[in-house]
Design a protein around this ligand. Structure first.
Ligand SMILES: Nc1ncnc2c1ncn2[C@@H]1O[C@H](COP(=O)(O)OP(=O)(O)OP(=O)(O)O)[C@@H](O)[C@H]1O
Ligand SMILES: [Mg+2]
Length: 493
C-alpha cells in the first residue's frame, strides 16, 4: 500500500532534482515495504489459518455436544444421516465458506479504510470529490451494464481534471496527484470487490442456519434433579402413567398404567408384542416424559434424581443390546473407571458369560467387532447382562435380555439374577413361560393397559390373560401359536 506513495515521491524526484539522495532512499523504502508486507502477510496467513482451524473444531464440538444432550425423542424424528451430515459436512461447509468469504470481506474492508486514509492525507478536497463520484460509477452500471467502462473513464478524467487544477494552484504536488490516482484506482476496485463479496457472506451465513439450529436447540425434557442418595430402598411405582410417542401423539401406547416393582422381588412384565413393555422401560430410563402420571423411585419422582447418579442405580439390559467395537472386557466395564479384571470376570460369571469368553481366541481382550458383530446373539446378550451386573445396580431391568439363549443357559442366568434380588428390585420382561414363572409378581399388559397383577399362583386361574399367554407360548401350543409365539420358536430353534 506504500508503493503508490513512493511512486509519487519518485515522480517528485524526477520533476525536481534538487535532492539527489531522494531516489535511492525511495527505492530502499519501497524494497523494505515490499519485503515487510510479504513477511507480515505470511504471518497473518498463519494466524488466520490457526484461528479458523480452532473455530472449526469448536463449532464441530458444539454441534456434537448439543446433539448428544438432546432427548431420545429428538432421535426418533431426525434421520441418522441428517445428524451425521450436520456434524461433519455442514460444519465443514460452514467454516470453510464463512472463513473464506469473511476473510475476503475483512481484507477488503481494511483495504478500503487504509486507502481512504492515505487518500485523505494526500488531499482532503480530492478525496471528497472522489467519494462524491464513486456512488455513480457503482450505481450506473447496475442499470446500464454497457456504461461500466464509460463511467470508470469519466471518474478518472474528472479526478485528473480537478487534481490538475489543485496541482496548478499548488495545494497538491505532481507526485501527490500520481499517488492519489494510484490509491483511487485500488480504492475503487476494493469497493467493487466488497460489494461482490457481501452477498456471498450473507449466503454462507444462511447455509449455517441449520448448524445453529442444532447448536441452539434445548432438550424438551424437564431439567434434571439434584438428589443423589447413596442407598435406595429400590421401590418403583408407575402411577397412572399415560404416554404417546411424538410421532403418533393421538395414539397413546400406555393408558393410565399403574404398577409397582418392589424391592427384594422379581417382577415380570408380560404381554403380547407391542403391548407397551419396552415403552414402560424407556419411561423408567427417562428416555421420554409421560404426558400424565408419574414414575416414582422410593416415593420420589424419578426426574428429581441427578441424571448420572440415577443411571448408576438403575441398569437396563435392552431388547437389542448395543456392544461397541472394542474388547469384551472394555464392553463389560464400559463407562466405569478403575475396574479391575477380577471384577469384570465376576460380573461375567454371574451372567454365565465367563466360560465362553475364556474360550474366545484372545479371551477378555477379544474384539467384539462393530456392534458386537463378532459374537453370537446369545453371547452379546450375556455380555450386556454382565455390563449391567458389574454396576451392582439397585434396580435391574432385563427387557427380553435372554431371548437368544438356550433354555439351560437362560435358566442359569435367571437363577443368578433371582438369587441376587435381595435389596434390589428386578424387572424382567420375557415371553417364555420358563422366564416368568419363577417371578415373585407378574404384571400383565394388554394394549397399553395393566389387565392383571399378582403372584403367579394368583394368576394361574383358567381364562385369565396370563394363563392365555402361557398357553400361547407353551411348547405344545402347536398350531394355535400366535405370531409372537412363532417368532419366539424361530429364535429358539
Ligand atoms: N420410538 C417409537 N416411536 C413411535 N412408536 C413407537 C416407538 N417405539 C415403540 N413404538 C410403538 O409403541 C407400541 C409399543 O411398543 P413397545 O416396544 O413398547 O412394545 P413391547 O411390548 O415391548 O413389544 P415386544 O414384546 O415386541 O418387544 C408399538 O405399537 C410400537 O409401534
Ligand atoms: Mg419390547
Amino acid at each position: 500500500m506504500a508503493i503508490p506513495y513512493y511512486s509519487g515521491r519518485m515522480t517528485d524526484w524526477v520533476m525536481n532534482k534538487d535532492n539527489p539522495s531522494a531516489f535511492s532512499s525511495t527505492i530502499l523504502a519501497m524494497a523494505a515495504f515490499t519485503i515487510g508486507s510479504a513477511v507480515s502477510e505470511c504471518i497473518c496467513d498463519c494466524i488466520y489459518n490457526a484461528t479458523m482451524t480452532g473455530i472449526h473444531t469448536r463449532i464441530q464440538g458444539s454441534v456434537f455436544r448439543s446433539v448428544v444432550h438432546q432427548e431420545i425423542a429428538f432421535f426418533d424424528t431426525q434421520h441418522t444421516g441428517d445428524i451425521t451430515s450436520r456434524i461433519t459436512t455442514d460444519t465443514n461447509t460452514m467454516s470453510d465458506s464463512l472463513s473464506e468469504q469473511l476473510s475476503l470481506l475483512m481484507w477488503y474492508l481494511m483495504r478500503v479504510m487504509c486507502l481512504l486514509a492515505f487518500m485523505l492525507s494526500l488531499s482532503f478536497k480530492l478525496s471528497l470529490f472522489t467519494l462524491a463520484l464513486i456512488p455513480f460509477i457503482i450505481i450506473v452500471p447496475e442499470f446500464f451494464a454497457h456504461f461500466y467502462q464509460l463511467s470508470g473513464l469519466l471518474l478518472k478524467v474528472s479526478i485528473l481534471f480537478y487534481g490538475g487544477s489543485l496541482v496548478t494552484d499548488g495545494s497538491v504536488t505532481s507526485g501527490g496527484l500520481v499517488s492519489f490516482i494510484l490509491y483511487q484506482l485500488q480504492f475503487t476496485s476494493a469497493i467493487e470487490a466488497l460489494l461482490h463479496v457481501y452477498p456471498h457472506v450473507k449466503k454462507a451465513v444462511g447455509a449455517s442456519e441449520k448448524v445453529f439450529e442444532y447448536m441452539d436447540r434445548r432438550p424438551v425434557m424437564p431439567p434434571v434433579g439434584t438428589l443423589r442418595p447413596t442407598k435406595l430402598k429400590a421401590h418403583i411405582e408407575f402411577r397412572n402413567v399415560t404416554f404417546a410417542y411424538l410421532k403418533q401423539p393421538d395414539l397413546p401406547v400406555l393408558k393410565n398404567v399403574s404398577f409397582e416393582v418392589r424391592s427384594g422381588e422379581v417382577t415380570a412384565l408380560v404381554g403380547a408384542s407391542a403391548a407397551g413393555k419396552t415403552t414402560c422401560v424407556s419411561l423408567l430410563q427417562r428416555f421420554y416424559q409421560p404426558q400424565s402420571g408419574q414414575i416414582l423411585l422410593d416415593g420420589i419422582p424419578i426426574e428429581e434424581y441427578e441424571h448420572k447418579h440415577y443411571h448408576g442405580k438403575v441398569a437396563l439390559v435392552s431388547q437389542e443390546p448395543v456392544l461397541f467395537a472394542r474388547s469384551v472386557e472394555e464392553n463389560i466395564a464400559y463407562g466405569l473407571e478403575d475396574v479391575n479384571a477380577e471384577r469384570v470376570a465376576n460380573a461375567a460369571r454371574d451372567a454365565r458369560a465367563h466360560q465362553f469368553i475364556t474360550a474366545l481366541r484372545d479371551g477378555y481382550s477379544t474384539d467384539a467387532g462393530e456392534k458386537g458383530g463378532q459374537l453370537s446373539g446369545g453371547q452379546k446378550q450375556r455380555v450386556a447382562i454382565a455390563r449391567a451386573l458389574i454396576r451392582d445396580p439397585q434396580v435391574l431391568i432385563l427387557d427380553d435380555a435372554t431371548s437368544c439363549l438356550d433354555n439351560e443357559t437362560e435358566h442359569l442366568v435367571h437363577q443368578s439374577v433371582y438369587s441376587r434380588a435381595e435389596g434390589r428390585a428386578v424387572l424382567v420382561i420375557a415371553h417364555r413361560p420358563s422366564s416368568i414363572e419363577r417371578a415373585d409378581r407378574i404384571v400383565v399388559l394388554e394394549g397399553g393397559k395393566v389387565v392383571e397383577e399378582g403372584t403367579p399362583q394368583q394368576l394361574q386361574e383358567k381364562g385369565s390373560s396370563y394363563h392365555r399367554l402361557l398357553q400361547v407360548h407353551s411348547p405344545d401350543a402347536g398350531s394355535e401359536q400366535s405370531e409372537e409365539g412363532l417368532v419366539e420358536t424361530e429364535v429358539e430353534s
